[in-house]
Design a protein around this ligand. Structure first.
Ligand code: ZN
Length: 289
């Protein structure tokens, strides 16, 4: 059985390359198609050259992934066999013939790349491609003391409801302050564990934004986890400026107005010591040298 067949575009030229399905590899296959379609990812991975000090080939995830993606992109005439890659994942504790959660596999592959690529600078560049930086806020519900911390996600975990959803709504809800289920956090001001609310503010978005739709929900009726099969509408283009309120975006990335600059640094009490002006390419001619 093949999860995706070789497709042909309107001129009859081969398009995406299909992948064979080994047991329950469809989740890994769909990830491989996404990696293959992400040019920035394949370009970065292709820059890496294995050295003698790297871990053996058969359990080297970035090497096996690099080989497979090259194969997928070079010969599109037939379905690709990728047992070597799946066996490599199996040696790295992502078992063959087991149904996996796509987000777990995605994060595991990115982690394995970080651990197994000897060129750490390149590994960071690959991580940076997906890195969503957020400001995490924890608010004590007794004294309202607020703790701020910067953290990041490689995929944004979006809870969905069991009725109609849109990706925009899910993102908006993710950034709202909400109760931490059944959890108390240590409040510095109260000096003890108190009911706490958690919220996030967006600091920066990556070049490739990965959204994880959390389709596992808790059923009050049965007391078990259930799969949420409801529809989630998603747009062709996501505009975070319209999805998030101004207070859901961290102040460290908000564009400040000229009025803000004047009121902060222009007065006699908070006088500036240095001013830097950047040339606007479109306004003034540059000197010939
Ligand atoms: Zn408190």
């Amino acid at each position: 059985m093949s999860t995706s067949s070789v497709t042909q575009d309107e001129y009859g030229a081969p398009g995406l390359m299909g992948l064979s399905n080994y047991g329950l590899s469809c989740c890994v296959n769909s990830l491989l198609q996404s990696f293959s379609a992400t040019q920035e990812f394949t370009e970065l991975l292709n820059r890496w050259q294995m050295s003698d000090t790297d871990i053996p080939e058969d359990c080297n995830t970035p090497l096996q992934l690099q080989r497979l993606l090259r194969k997928m992109q070079s010969d599109k005439s037939h379905t690709a066999h990728h047992e070597d890659f799946l066996r490599c994942l199996d040696r790295n504790h992502i078992q063959l013939y087991v149904q996996h959660d796509v987000d777990e596999v995605f994060l595991s592959i990115l982690n394995l790349i970080q651990q197994q690529i000897s060129d750490k600078e390149l590994a960071q560049e690959i991580k940076q491609l997906y890195k969503i930086t957020v400001e995490q806020n924890l608010q004590c519900q007794t004294c309202f003391y607020l703790t701020k911390d910067t953290s990041y996600f490689l995929s944004l975990p979006l809870p969905i409801s069991d009725c109609s959803n849109t990706v925009e709504n899910c993102i908006h809800c993710f950034f709202e302050l909400q109760d931490i289920t059944g959890n108390f956090c240590l409040c510095e001001r109260c000096g003890e564990r108190k009911p706490t609310k958690q919220g996030f503010k967006l600091v920066s978005l990556p070049n490739v934004l990965c959204l994880h739709l959390k389709r596992s929900g808790y059923s009050l009726r049965s007391g078990y986890t259930k799969k949420l099969n409801c529809e989630v509408k998603f747009p062709e283009v996501l505009d975070f400026q319209t999805i998030l309120r101004r207070d859901q975006i961290s102040e460290s990335t908000q564009e400040v107005s000229w009025k803000d600059v004047e009121s902060t640094f222009g007065g006699s009490r908070r006088c500036a010591y240095m001013l830097m002006y950047q040339r606007r390419q479109d306004k003034m001619p540059q000197s010939s040298n």
